[in-house]
Every structure is written in C-alpha cells, then in structure tokens.
Design a protein around this ligand. Structure first.
Ligand code: GDP
Ligand code: MG
Length: 162
C-alpha cells in the first residue's frame, strides 16, 4: 500500500502550501493566520512511478498549555498513522522555542523524520538550514513550498528510505 507522509509543524510554516504542491491540489486552505486546517486532510501524490499519501495537519503551537486539544489530537493521529514525517520549520524566522517542543513531541513516535526548512527561496540554503541542526533530527533540508525548490528532493529522500 502507499506510504503515508505526515506534514507537521507550527501554524503558518507552510504545511498546506506544501500539501497543495505535493498533491497538485488547491484543497488545503492556505492562510496568513494560524490554525485554519482543523481536520486532517488527505491527498495523493506521486514521484515518478511511486505514489504516496500525504496528510496535512493544523499544526502544533508548541505551547503545551495553550494547545488546542482537537488540534493536538489530529496531529497525534497523523503521526501514529504516518510512515514518515515531514517536520516543517520557517527558515525566515529561524528556530523558535516551539520548534524544540514540537521536535521532542515528534521524537516520541519513533518514525523517520525529515526537517524541512521552508520559505528558503532566495536565501543561502546552507545558512538557513544550519540553525535547525540543533533540533537533533538529522540534516535539515532547505525548501520552498511556494516555489517548489527541493520539494521533489525531499520526497525522494523519504521514499528511498522506506
Ligand atoms: P500552514 O499554517 O503551516 O498550513 O501554512 P500555510 O501553507 O497556510 O502558509 C502560511 C503562509 O506562508 C502563507 O502566507 C503562505 O503563502 C506562506 N508560505 C508558504 N510557503 C512559503 C514559501 O515557500 N515561501 C514563502 N515566502 N512563503 C510561503
Ligand atoms: Mg494549514
């Protein structure tokens, strides 16, 4: 059956934009304010002849006290069913404490995790990515969901490791 790839990260890092690109749909709602994608959203994509299922999530605030329980639930469900996790962070903002909280949460699921440093178009990729090594989840990859930079590379990494 098709591998399931979950998109996780803080609100507004670009998960839905990546979902739309991977599934070539415009179904996920892209917004400038957090928390709009309340339910998990599924789509299918393919890289060459390899199909996959991608799951968009509403995101985790990383503020344990303030987490919307419904949002936390759907992220947990997505992580449980995932074969691999794409952890999106914002390369323009750099690392923030919530990223560390989410990294520690994701780690508990013991799934293959790929740190994608989004919004990296026009930036020095190694510069924006280097900050995020300290999440302890391997080598971060700079991408642009909006422009498509390195998106296929990211999926290739995921699929080739499964
Ligand atoms: P989500 O909350 O994580 O699903 O984030 P969205 O996909 O809704 O995107 C949040 C905002 O970031 C929107 O204004 C997007 O247009 C913008 N965005 C998403 N990806 C990129 C990117 O690769 N580069 C830039 N510059 N902006 C992006
Ligand atoms: Mg979204």
């Amino acid at each position: 059956s098709k591998p399931v790839i979950a998109l996780v990260g803080r609100p507004n890092v670009g998960k839905s934009t990546l979902f739309n690109r991977l599934t070539r749909s415009r179904d996920a709602i892209v917004a400038d304010y957090p928390g709009l994608t309340r339910d998990r959203q599924y789509g299918t994509g393919r890289l060459g002849n390899s199909p996959y299922i991608v799951v968009d999530t509403g995101g985790l605030s990383g503020e344990i006290e303030g987490v919307d329980p419904l949002m936390a639930d759907q992220v947990r469900a997505a992580l449980e069913e995932a074969d691999a996790v794409l952890f999106l962070v914002d390369g323009r903002q750099g690392i923030v404490p919530a990223d560390e909280v989410i990294a520690n949460y994701i780690r508990q699921f013991d799934k293959p995790v790929y740190v994608l440093v989004n919004k990296a178009e026009g930036c020095d990729h190694s510069m924006v990515a280097s900050d995020f090594f300290q999440l302890g989840l391997g080598e971060p990859l700079a991408i642009s969901s909006a422009h498509g930079d390195n998106v296929a590379v990211a999926i290739e990494h995921v699929l080739s490791a499964l």
